[in-house]
Design a protein around this ligand. Structure first.
Ligand SMILES: [Zn+2]
Length: 275
């Protein structure tokens, strides 16, 4: 690659195109199995930074047509990982799962994914299909040396040591919340809050180097923090989560009015319609 005599913008552009090209070449559509580097990059399990994904069989796709599993997409991805053999949902971050789903779709069918979108121009509102070119989507890998899981709260000065929750832990946490909601007859309007605060309690390991005796003690601690501290912590956590994973923003221009629309590629029921 010759970068001589180019402006900074041109160099960045060239580097980005090259990076994307490498990704597209790396993973070929309809390849039966493929090695995939995980966006979490060892953040969840230091010994698992790559997996081998195999295109889905009819049996595995069954989970898409049954409705008894609320985590059916995770189930699908897990069943398509052939290596490491004993991988668990506690080894992966939700961002890994999403990325693996996109790659799984890509290797399972050569048919392009399209997503229905509505033009955001208020005078237009035209509905059209946006092609989702999975091979062009970029992915960020967690930079472990830049990730700090210790946070000093601005108001109280407390030092919180926390962990990034895996897919498995988040599911476990949801189960704990469900149980609490049932046992304490928590009203519908307060259920989201219960889930959210339980999740934060689950993330926190030590405060000022001290452990909590019980989960409820941790909840009490959180409830008594200033709202500013609580939000500050949540923001620190989100910044880490948003620093890795597949970039799902797709820019398209409306075929009717030319307006530039930005949509987030999501996994719809049509996503896995392979033919
Ligand atoms: Zn339009």
């Amino acid at each position: 690659m010759n970068l001589e005599g180019k402006t900074k913008e041109e160099i960045i552009e060239t580097l980005q195109t090259t990076k994307k090209q490498e990704r597209a070449d790396e993973i070929k559509a309809t390849q039966a199995t493929t090695r995939v580097k995980l966006p979490s990059n060892g953040l969840i399990n230091p010994s698992i930074t790559e997996v081998t994904l195999k295109r889905m069989t009819t049996m595995q796709s069954k989970t898409l047509f049954t409705n008894n599993d609320p985590n059916f997409l995770t189930t699908l991805v897990m069943s398509c990982i052939v290596e490491p053999v004993n991988i668990k949902t506690t080894d992966l971050h939700p961002n890994d799962i999403v990325y693996l789903l996109f790659i799984l779709r890509y290797i399972s069918s050569p048919k392009e994914v399209v997503q229905r979108t509505i033009c955001m121009n208020r005078n237009c509102r035209h509905e059209y299909n946006v092609p989702i070119k999975i091979q062009d989507m970029s992915v960020n890998y967690a930079e472990l040396e830049n990730i700090n899981t210790v946070c000093t709260l601005p108001d109280s000065g407390d030092v919180i040591q926390f962990k990034i929750l895996s897919e498995g832990e988040l599911n476990e946490c949801d189960k704990i919340s469900d149980r609490k909601i049932r046992q304490n007859n928590i009203e519908y309007s307060e259920q989201d809050w219960t889930r959210a605060i339980n999740k934060v309690a689950y993330m926190i390991q030590l405060v000022n180097d001290k452990d909590f005796k019980t989960f409820d003690e941790k909840l009490k601690y959180l409830e008594n923090l200033s709202a500013y501290d609580f939000e500050y912590f949540n923001n620190e956590y989100s910044n880490i989560i948003n620093s890795f994973g597949i970039e799902r923003e797709i820019i398209s221009s409306c075929p009717r009015c030319g307006y530039t629309n930005e949509v987030e590629a999501y996994i719809s029921p049509e996503f896995f319609r392979l033919v």
